[in-house]
Design a protein around this ligand. Structure first.
Ligand code: FES
Length: 578
């Protein structure tokens, strides 16, 4: 590897050719502040917070490539003054309601202002006046807080290839907006919330439903039942100061019980159910050869992506509802009957790592006979806010277990939150069914890892080779679908999670700022916690969950049977592109 030598603050530094000065400094332990820059996502050099002195010039270090013999100064009066001025100008046009902003204490503009010692503003002038866009079921956009860094645009366009938002206007009128200044709810946005995850300030956040949950809990007539997705337990602890990738399942359950929920269920139960339904559907399609490859359907952002951009492949999607919808439907049918509850009085709250699920529960087809499967969706962040508002001391809670009958799950269900997890869970069950054996090595490590696209081939006893593709991030999903469509690839099973890394880093999860993300692999750390939970489970295959066996015997009949289709399956619609 070709190396270059340069001097940073008098220190001789050697870095690979092509390294930027910002990266070189950080590799050396010299801190340069940054704001618009986000590694592997956004490098527009627009905020000028990262300027350094090179000879007589001040240059943005995030795009300045290190050169042999370069002499860089990162901490001179001229540099400090320039950085302060840039941030003060940003603050002068920022809706500064920091004490009540959702991103307070987790705002990169706030951090950089504090770090630069900004105490008062020298500039007063016109302020952007714009209406807060709350037209989406999932995402709220407040342009008055936007600092025009462009991270959301890069995320939506380059990573997700959705292009729901872009630049509009010129000069002071420059703004981020959907095409033709439509509202977000009227755009091609697929509701994944990855723009929220990469926004450095409070300009983007989820549509909050915390008060709706309080209202339900405070209504003595309601039975408010909560369920949590697999990825919540490996991330929520971070909201209370736990290290990234710490699993805190027992504390999470205890906190929800303290909040007053009638029952605390685990969506993992329905993840096991999904494997029964989707696995059966897959084996059926393999027999007939119809609608292959089967494409997973747990992720609502991905579903909307297919409906909008690949409508010709809608029939390839599994008809299984997302696991929390399945569980919601069962709570409002099976559980209601079993315990004699009035369906009108049941409120199902799902805690999801995902903002798109706030949208998907509103889809017309997510109900049974007019009764919505799920009433309210909270993100992981919102559940943490609920716990904080209630004054619960999360860190000192004693572990508690979920309630049954929807509280028991297998290791296969726990890994649904990581990219490759659904495929691995499905393969564990499908292989057992087709071989008639109890597969001993359930750690299918070839399906694990955070690469954008993974492939694997499995040979069945009759010699059939199954080609599996796993994609995370919709830009990668697009590549997989295009390869399938062109005939370059011949997959039988495609797993897609819209969010890079899968649900563990979904749009509703705790937000990790850009600098911290540079220092650690959040996706891998949270996934590791999920695989750790899996390894610790006594049962690791969905079809061996005794509660799953029982619900088929007692109520559903058989996988893909009449009752299952009524409650657990759905259909999709073509959506027009704007
Ligand atoms: Fe370098 Fe914004 S210009 S961080």
């Amino acid at each position: 590897m070709e190396m270059v030598k340069l001097t940073i603050d008098g220190q001789l530094v050697e870095v690979p050719k092509g390294t930027t000065v910002l990266e070189a400094a950080r590799l050396t332990g010299i801190e340069i502040p940054s704001l618009c820059y986000m590694k592997d996502v956004n490098h527009p050099a627009s905020c000028r917070v990262c300027v350094v002195e090179v000879g007589p010039r001040l240059i943005a270090s995030c795009t300045l490539v290190a050169e042999e013999g370069m002499n860089v100064k990162t901490n001179t009066p001229k540099v400090r003054e320039a950085r302060k001025m840039s941030v003060e100008l940003l603050l002068s046009n920022h809706k500064r309601e920091c004490t009540s902003c959702l991103r307070s204490e987790n705002c990169e503009l706030q951090t950089v202002s504090k770090d630069l010692g900004i105490r008062e503003l020298s500039y007063e002038g016109d302020k952007t006046e714009a209406v807060c866009d709350d037209s989406s079921w999932s995402i709220v956009r407040d342009p008055e807080k936007c600092i025009l860094c462009g991270r959301c645009i890069s995320t939506c366009s380059d990573i997700q290839t959705v292009h729901a938002i872009g630049w509009a206007g010129r000069g002071f009128e420059t703004r981020v907006a959907p095409a033709f200044d439509r509202s977000l709810g009227d755009s091609v946005c697929i509701n994944c919330g990855q723009c929220i995850m990469n926004c450095p300030v409070g300009a983007l956040h989820e549509r909050e439903n915390v008060q709706d949950v309080w209202d339900a809990l405070n209504d003595p007539d309601k039975f408010v039942i909560i369920q949590t997705a697999p990825a919540i337990r490996v991330a929520i602890g971070e909201e209370f100061g736990m290290p990234i990738g710490t699993s805190s399942t027992g504390k999470m359950v205890a906190a929800m019980r303290k909040l007053g929920f009638y029952k605390v269920f685990d969506t993992d139960f329905a993840a096991d159910l999904t494997i029964m339904e989707e696995g059966t559907e897959f084996l059926g399609r393999l027999k007939t050869g119809e609608n292959l490859p089967i494409m997973t359907s747990c992720c609502p952002g991905w579903i909307k992506f297919v409906e909008q951009f690949y409508p010709e492949m809608i029939d390839n999607l599994s008809t299984c509802k997302s696991p929390h919808e399945m569980e919601g439907a069962l709570i409002k049918a099976y559980y209601r009957d079993k315990f004699g509850l009035d369906p009108e009085k049941i409120v199902v709250v799902s805690v999801m790592p995902c903002t798109a699920k706030k949208f998907s529960v509103k889809r017309e087809m997510m109900n049974v006979n007019g009764i919505e499967d799920v009433d309210i969706v909270l993100t992981t962040r919102e559940l943490a806010r609920l716990i904080k508002e209630a004054g619960i001391d999360y860190m000192n809670l004693k572990d508690e277990d979920f309630d049954n009958p929807f509280g028991e799950s297998t290791g296969a269900a726990v890994i649904f939150g990581a990219t490759g997890g659904v495929a691995e869970a499905a393969v564990r069950t499908v292989l057992d069914i087709v071989t008639g054996k109890d597969l001993q090595d359930v750690d299918l490590t070839q399906l694990r890892g955070t690469e954008g696209i993974k492939e694997a081939s499995l040979t069945l006893p009759d010699g059939t080779v199954l080609n599996v593709a796993i994609a995370n991030g919709l830009g990668n999903a697009r590549k997989v679908l295009d390869a399938q469509k062109s005939g370059e690839k011949n997959y039988h099973f495609i797993e897609v999670m819209a969010c890079p890394g899968g649900c563990v880093t979904g749009g509703g999860q705790p937000i990790i700022d850009a600098k911290q993300q540079e220092k650690c692999d959040v996706r891998a750390m949270r996934a590791k916690a999920a695989y750790g939970e899996d390894a610790g489970k006594a049962i690791r295959k969905s079809h061996q969950n005794p509660y799953i066996t029982k619900i088929y015997e007692e109520y559903l009949g058989e996988p893909n049977g009449h009752k299952s289709h009524e409650l657990l399956h759905t259909h999709y619609v073509k959506r027009s592109k704007f």
